[in-house]
Design a protein around this ligand. Sequence first.
Ligand SMILES: [Zn+2]
Length: 497
Amino acid sequence: MRTRGAATWLVAVSLVLTGCSTGNDEPEAEPSPAETTSTPSATSAAPETDPPALDPDDPALDAALSRPVADRVYPAVGDPGVDALHYQLDLTWIPKSETLDAVETLTFRATEDAEEFQLDFGKTLTATSLELDGEKTRFRERGKDLVIRAPVRADQRYTLEVRYRGTPRPVAAPTTRDDFSTVGWAITDNGETWTMQEPFGAYSWYAVNDHPSDKALYDFTLSTRSPWVGVANGKLQSRRQAGGNTVTDWHLDEPAASYLVTVAFGNFRMTTERSSGVPLTYWTPRGDQSALRSVRVAGEELDWIEKRLGPYPFSSLGFVVVDSNSGMETQTMITLGNTDYTLSPSVVVHEVVHHWYGNQVSPRDWRDVWMNEGMTMYLQLLWDAQHFGIPLESMLSDVAAQDSEMRASAGPPANYDPATFGEGNIYYPPALMWHQIRRRIGDDRFWSLVRAWPRSRDNGNAAYADITAWWSRKTGQNLRPLFDQWLLSETSPPFQA
Ligand SMILES: [Zn+2]
């Protein structure tokens, strides 16, 4: 997630820079040869019937095997008894009645013997039928929990089909930030939709084990009134017209945590191009040239990031620009609010960097969200320093001057107040910490380890003990006291720019 900009100079600089591109009234330019607004060639091969059901024992699903845990910060979400492997989400959005009509097919592994299991599931959604391995099964909705009353055996795999409908509503976010107060599915005044759902809230629109320790593969079939279109994570497989609706199929080929899943329905225009061999796709509001111009810095920025972090770790990268005030690193399809700040080059860099730090390797639970934001913020600060011509040392000193205030208001980065999720304390103090580690071990060693860590945990999760032990082992130095001082202390450690 992007920071709300606790360092005021950062916001100011970003606003100034993007201020020149806010004229929205110019007509849409003709697409240049490098881009296309047509549907991809896969369109003609669009499947007219449902794909065959997945075999739960297909070894391809092993990529999504996880070790789910209970969350220490937000224990009300997730069920460690469920290891979701694959979600097939067939979603039809009816803007006029604000109704989501859905068929979800979840393939999962039970992690333990149990008489029942549960998924997180929005209170405003109604399940109309559930089938476990093709047999109708009993269930009840208890608050936000969908409890499935069927015995499961440890390490057996199952297929659960859930049919549901309703108007998804976002849920209260555990935060004091000013750019969002709810998480989950949002509906705009004209019936368009988008979602941002960190640290939870995916359950506002589908039945999910809503916890970062349980990554899963995804396929989506999205249908809505033409010319609107549904956008989701992964690659667009096909796009077709059916009964006045646009239907799109999306495939995410590497597992994602539920907070990194995105779906948006709206009047989007698609623009494609390539960077470093990675296909880039921009979904921007039709007629909004300004938004498109802003996000197209991504190609150049991706090149800059790859020089530091190594090759982009996924097979595609897209952006969808929605009516939000925030930005989110949703996996391979970044969701950005349509504001000057959230479309600024700094925020675009930030969300792309998360694909290494946060998406390729994710925290095992929410205590360690600093692992995402600390390194991402450090890279963003480096980029800002270079881009705005401000010495890095002076930027870091400005940030360090605010360290104690951030700790005082929201707690230490790795032991924060659960009611203040996503405050400056999880971004800036850990960024300063990485700078101290860089000074201690030198540039070459530092950058080679920064590149190696996400690869060593490709598509997995890590906890505090894992990352601190790994850095100590790789450097041959006991860095644990330094990590503890920066991440667990109520008071600011000494900082050297
Ligand atoms: Zn972030």
